[in-house]
Design a protein. Structure first.
Length: 98
């Protein structure tokens, strides 16, 4: 089971790093959802960074109440730049969840 989780963590790291603003965000290089959540909730970020963190956390565990808030797809589509929108659309074309 732990080996499987490590594979999912590596997959989440690779996925998160497709979003330019998340490449080196705390909790991303070695996937740790709680660290990413705390960073997104407690750090002065751009609105886009916070929305992107919310999306990644929603993929990781859509039922969890994250400190940084709930993901809103309409808000994300409205504010994302082309690179972030492309990463989101690529996931949307073949979505997966851990």
């Amino acid at each position: 089971m732990r080996t499987e989780l490590l594979g999912l963590e590596a997959k989440m790291t690779a996925f998160a790093q497709t979003f330019p603003s998340m490449t080196d965000a705390p909790g991303v290089p070695l996937w740790d959802a709680d660290t990413l959540d705390r960073w997104a909730a407690e750090t002065p970020l751009s609105h886009g960074e916070r929305v992107t963190a919310r999306f990644l956390l929603a993929v990781w565990d859509p039922g969890q109440s994250w400190l940084c808030g709930r993901f809103d797809v309409m808000e994300a589509l409205r504010i994302r730049d082309d690179e972030h929108r492309a990463a989101f659309v690529a996931w949307g074309e073949d979505p997966w969840w851990p």
